[in-house]
Design a protein around this ligand. Structure first.
Ligand code: KG4
Ligand code: ZN
Length: 353
């Protein structure tokens, strides 16, 4: 079975072709260089660029995979949540293709696509598992029982982890998107630490910031208090901070975010007596978060896909589309694109909408 997967929920256009669950091509066209000029995604531009790119990227994906459009057995597409203009570009393009080719259309929820994406790289992964999704728009903890049965156990009550990264990096004037910049600073500081140790000098200390909602049995997240604490700290420091001060703040912020993500995920896995944990979404690209999870390898099987598969991509959409189509699940041609998460019930048996 050959499927096309289309992902256009934000500022990346992802198109992938998979055959029987194995990725043949995975192309991503990123708009980051464009939006970074503005310090964040400009939705109106995002959808226009999606529109410019999607046709040629799809052609290229088919060429790279050595197939014709007519070889496709179905078209999977992210139907939400995301920036509505961007989502609509992918959904309408996929509808057009499905209609013209007379092939099934499979609408997929973006978070679900992230949630199952570790299967693409890890043959050993099996149900059930605890799934943590950490991205620019989502911070959610799930018990994942099957491709059509997931239970939401906790989520952020305000900002998503990636959103907090982007805002703090903005406040520190590091650039957009913020995650990779803060990740790099923390990595450098760790290397520095070893260099400082050799010279017996003091490495930059991480500023201690509070972790929120740490009560036992609470699997929700909150990052707005942390964001306020960090921005207040930055203001108090004044406009001319040294590189060392910036590093201390960035490391302290990252310690607080990764600390809470890991602790809650581990606590839930222990509470549910789960052996497997899978982590995905853009923030799962973070080196410190990955390392921290790996320290629990003796107790759990930890599945974190490669960085490219953690950030938005078409493979995860085509993969879930393939799994659903195998189960006989497809969408009506008039399926609607949506912007926010409220469409998805807490325990949903129809993964698309
Ligand atoms: O999954 P994704 O590509 O798009 C959404 O669905 O939101 O995630 C993007 C988010 C951004 O907030 C970005 O700052 C964050 O992922 N991110 C990272 C890293 N790489 C990307 N956060 C921390 N460390 C990273 N290395
Ligand atoms: Zn995403």
């Amino acid at each position: 079975m050959i499927l096309l997967g289309i992902e256009t929920s934000c500022d990346e256009t992802g198109v992938a072709v998979i055959r029987d669950g194995k990725v043949l091509t995975d192309l991503v066209s990123s708009q980051i260089d464009f939006h970074s000029i503005y310090g964040g995604v400009v939705p109106e531009f995002a959808s226009r660029i999606q529109l410019e790119v999607i046709g040629s990227l799809t052609q290229q994906a088919c060429t790279d995979a050595g197939i014709q459009l007519t070889d496709l057995d179905g078209i999977a597409v992210t139907v939400g949540p995301g920036l509505i203009g961007s989502v609509l570009v992918g959904v309408n393009f996929a509808k057009g293709l499905a209609y013209a080719l007379d092939k099934p259309l499979i609408g997929v929820a973006h978070v679900r696509a992230h949630l199952f994406s570790p299967f693409i790289e890890f043959d050993q992964l099996s149900f059930p598992y605890i799934g943590l999704i950490v991205s620019g728009g989502h911070t959610e903890l799930y018990t994942v029982n099957s491709f059509t049965d997931v239970v939401l156990n906790g989520k952020t009550i305000d900002d998503a982890a990636g959103e907090a990264y982007d805002k703090i990096a903005g406040a520190l004037d590091l650039g957009y998107p913020g995650g990779p910049f803060i990740d790099r600073i923390a990595k450098e500081a760790r290397v520095d630490k070893e260099a400082y140790a050799v010279k017996s000098r003091k490495p930059p200390d991480a500023v201690k910031f509070p972790m929120a909602m740490m009560k036992r049995g609470n699997y929700n997240f909150s990052f707005s208090g942390l964001k306020t604490a960090v921005t207040r700290h930055i203001k108090e420091r004044g406009p001319h901070m040294t590189q060392r001060t910036i590093s201390s703040i960035a490391i302290g912020f990252q310690d607080a975010v990764t600390g809470v993500l890991v602790r809650k995920t581990i606590a839930l896995a222990r509470y549910k007596h789960m052996k497997r944990i899978a982590v995905s979404g853009g923030v799962a690209a973070n080196a410190q978060l990955r390392e921290m999870f790996m320290t629990y390898r003796d107790e759990f099987e930890i599945y974190i896909p490669s960085v490219r598969l953690c950030t938005d991509n078409g493979s995860m959409v085509s993969f879930l589309g393939y799994q659903l189509l195998k189960l006989g699940i497809k969408s009506d041609i008039d399926i609607e694109a949506y912007a926010n998460n409220t469409h998805i019930p807490q325990r949903a048996r129809t993964p698309a909408a």
